[in-house]
Design a protein. Sequence first.
Length: 47
Amino acid sequence: MAKVIAGFRDKETQIVYVIGDDYEGDRVAELTKAGFLKKEATKKATK
């Protein structure tokens, strides 16, 4: 999952995302590279 850091409209689904939304689409890598998303760090289990 990734957090939206710049508002955009998904060209495939036409859904508008605003800052703070969670994005779970297929284009996370593309949109992260373009500066619209910030990939959230995965939490590791602790012992």
